[in-house]
Design a protein around this ligand. Structure first.
Ligand code: CTP
Ligand code: CA
Length: 223
């Protein structure tokens, strides 16, 4: 029974997964970040490990526990996430499920910013490196299969198709995260798999089930 539950579809493969948010400091006590529970990314790492892969999970701060049988690298900033990803290549597959902060605060303060007569501080932002696009374009170290995510609140599939081309990845897992769907932070997900071949609409399922299905598709693509 155990064998049927976890066929070793990814035995001998190395899989890298990013998950969770990145956190970009303003000063030692404050930050800007994205909403991300890490549930979907961690479920993918767990499913890949259950399928026999050697899995490296690079995660921002999350409440969910480290999956068993997975090497977990904990990071905070987008730049640290990129460095950790590059350090662990080459892999056969990379799945970028993290909600990376698009911007960081220019000139992070070394000391806590205090209230005072000088008024409300202004924040100026600078763009973070795009980890998915960087790895997709790596000359030497590009994994054979690069999978991105696209969390959208409108025009889900058209935006995901554009993103796939723009970032140079093979697949995009697109989901509608508008608040009414309850997907953000929840245990279920409704996704569309966008590839060069077209778009597959997957039925709503638990994040664990979406992860198993994605792992099976990855194994098929590598075979
Ligand atoms: N991503 C990344 N590094 C970034 C931003 C995004 O690796 N600095 C990855 C995410 O992990 C995800 C994919 O890119 O796999 C798409 O992220 P998303 O935020 O949807 O795309 P953006 O290009 O940042 O576009 P948007 O303006 O819609 O936020
Ligand atoms: Ca973004």
């Amino acid at each position: 029974a155990r064998f049927e539950e976890h066929p070793q579809l990814l035995k001998g493969r190395r899989v890298l997964v990013t998950s969770g948010p990145t956190v970009e400091p303003i000063d030692p006590v404050r930050y800007i970040a994205n909403r991300s529970s890490g549930k979907q990314g961690h479920a993918i790492a767990a499913a890949a490990a259950a399928a026999g892969a050697e899995v490296i999970l690079v995660s921002g701060p999350v409440q969910v526990p480290d999956p068993r049988g997975v090497t977990v690298i904990h990071v905070e900033r987008a730049r640290d996430m990129l460095a950790a990803v590059e350090e662990h290549l080459p892999t056969d597959v990379a799945v970028f499920a993290a909600a990376v902060a698009d911007w960081r605060v220019a000139g992070e303060a070394e000391q806590k910013i205090k209230k005072g007569p000088s008024g409300t501080p202004g924040l100026s932002l600078v763009e973070n490196p795009d980890i998915l696009a960087t790895i997709s374009r790596h000359k030497m170290l590009r994994p054979r299969l690069v999978v991105g995510f696209a969390a959208e609140t409108e025009n889900v599939v058209p935006n995901a198709k554009d993103k796939r081309i723009r970032k140079g990845c093979d697949w995009i897992v697109a989901n509608d995260v508008s608040p009414a769907t309850g997907i953000m932070g929840g245990d279920a997900n409704t996704v569309h798999l966008v590839s060069a071949e077209g778009v597959e609409d997957w039925p709503s399922a638990s994040k664990a089930e979406v992860a198993r299905r994605l792992v099976a598709r990855i194994a098929g693509a590598l075979a």
